[in-house]
Design a protein around this ligand. Structure first.
Ligand code: ADP
Ligand code: GLC
Length: 479
């Protein structure tokens, strides 16, 4: 099948979180199974800087967005069996960050409109356009809108994957006419309207032929008000076309026995190198170099749904009651950045915080740490726990979303499990499990090693999930 995958970020070109990992590995897995896959994404300034030399300029066209007439350049690159298209408009994308601007609605409306205009210009018409999150959520809406006028769009099927329903792409009531170039009927019919605003994700879910969530548990959770951020009724309306498909990771990119970024390569058969990675991490982050002490790590966007309130509540207590060290890499909300900076000052040599985004340090942490803490309040899928397990770093997670689907708690009597987990969103429950994990690390190294090895041997690839996506594509094309 011919699939066009639309995303606002993709590894190795641009990344802020897990969406980029997905967009950087699922298309390859689909292509390996025989689909013809292209990926389209914005040409951000850092992407142009890093990959400019490899990109081939294809063409340009003008995109009509309400009253605006906007330049769009198209660059391309072929990599790992996948064709990439980068859409260039310096006014919208030549900025320091990918998101977080007052005009994000307009920026991604432009991107979505430009993707739809690109469809007729591609060498082969895609059968399925697979969109991701609100940033490309207008694509199915524009396709449906164009279908009313043009035959070309009528047989194109659309999929929207919800990576996190918290982010919905909301803008003011007058946006359809003023910003999006859509008839106000899209608001009056209720398709794009939510609470008096435009809600792009809602529109995408309602008009797409299939809606997917990034883990089976998250697909279930989305039906409840607790997790759906106001869209539970929309999810219910989509029940017949909703699928939960678990994310995979790129097992080649994340591979401690081949990774040249980490201090020393290792594998579950030859695990010795991990000790060197640990010493390197301690030295690099300013932790006391001590092989005996377990390092608990976090690599995360510092936002509320990651469960950081629990960590803030218990970090000092855990420092006092265990001998563990903490290594934290992340950026995000100021309150958490300040908290971790303060904890580092209070616990020199035992808490290390690097505020920022660093691919290199993230791999050094995954390889050097012993435990990986992810106490998320909600977690659609989570890739960090998978990467951690791949590097032999044992996850401690809250049982929610994809964390629940991928981490199975250690059971002392049987020795089964690939990590530690707790159910209630409660700081004391988290601390209890952290202490349990630290105790097992010290008191029963053999059992700890088994948990570690189980994670390292697991198949987190896209193999099974790529087949599921392909089945969804076939189903919507044949119905
Ligand atoms: P989310 O997409 O919600 O941020 P995921 O667990 O799905 O969470 O994916 C997070 C991805 O982003 C992982 O690959 C993780 O290693 C990476 N990541 C998160 N924060 C940072 C950071 N500060 N520096 C480097 N990589 C990070
Ligand atoms: C979102 C979710 C995360 C998921 C990622 C990739 O960022 O927060 O849980 O793993 O998307 O699907």
């Amino acid at each position: 099948m011919n699939i066009l995958f639309v995303t606002s970020e993709a590894v190795p070109f641009s990344k802020t979180g897990g969406l980029a990992d997905v967009a950087g590995s699922l298309p390859q897995a689909l292509a390996a199974n025989g689909d013809e896959v292209s990926v389209v994404l914005p040409l951000y300034a850092p992407t142009a800087q890093k990959f400019g030399g490899e990109l081939e300029f294809l063409r340009y066209y003008y995109v009509r967005l309400a009253w605006r007439n906007l330049y769009c350049g198209v660059f391309t690159l072929r990599r790992d069996g996948v064709t990439y298209y980068f859409l260039d408009n310096e006014y919208y994308f030549k900025r320091e960050n990918f998101y977080g601007y007052f005009d994000d609605g307009e920026r991604f409306a432009f991107f979505s409109r430009a993707v739809v205009d690109l469809l007729e210009k591609l060498p082969q018409k895609p059968q399925v356009v697979h969109c991701n999150d609100w940033q490309s959520g207008l694509v199915p809406v524009y396709i449906r809108d164009e279908s009313a006028r043009s035959e070309f769009y009528r047989d194109i099927r659309t999929v929207i994957t919800v990576h996190n329903i918290e982010y919905q792409g909301r803008c003011g009531w007058d946006a359809p006419g003023e910003l999006l170039g859509l008839d106000p009927g899209w608001m009056h019919s209720g398709t794009l309207e939510y609470g008096g605003d435009v809600n792009i994700l809602k529109g995408a879910m309602l008009v797409s032929d299939a809606v997917t969530a990034v883990s089976p548990t998250y697909a279930q959770q989305l039906r409840s008000a607790e997790y759906a951020h106001g869209l539970e009724n929309v999810v219910e309306l989509c029940a017949d076309k909703l699928h939960g498909v678990l994310n995979g990771i790129d097992m080649v990119r994340y591979n401690p026995s081949k990774d040249t970024t980490i201090a020393k390569k290792y594998s579950f058969k030859k695990p010795e190198g991990k000790a060197e990675c640990k010493a390197h991490l301690q030295e690099k982050m300013g932790l006391n170099v001590d092989a005996e002490r377990p390092i608990i790590a976090m690599v995360s966007r510092l936002v509320t749904h990651k469960g950081l309130d629990l960590v803030c509540a218990m970090l000092d207590e855990l420092m006092a009651s265990t001998d563990a060290q903490f290594a934290i890499l992340g950026k995000g909300d100021a309150q958490y950045e300040e908290f971790f900076a303060g904890a580092q000052a209070r616990w020199p040599g035992r808490v290390a915080f690097y505020m920022g985004y660093s691919e290199e340090l993230s791999l050094e942490i995954y390889s050097g740490a012993d435990l990986f803490l992810m106490p998320s309040k909600s977690e659609p899928c989570g890739l960090s726990q998978l990467i951690a397990m791949r590097y032999g770093t044992v996850p401690i997670v809250r049982e929610t979303g994809g964390l629940r689907d991928t981490v199975h708690a250690y059971e002392a009597p049987t020795g089964k499990g690939n990590g530690f987990s707790f159910a209630a969103y409660n700081a004391h429950d988290m601390a209890y499990v952290v202490r349990e994990a630290v105790a097992l690390y010290h008191d029963n190294p053999e059992a700890f090693k088994k948990i570690r090895n189980r994670g390292m041997m697991q198949d987190f690839s896209w193999k099974a999930s790529a087949v599921k996506y392909h089945e969804i594509y076939e189903k919507i094309c044949n119905s």
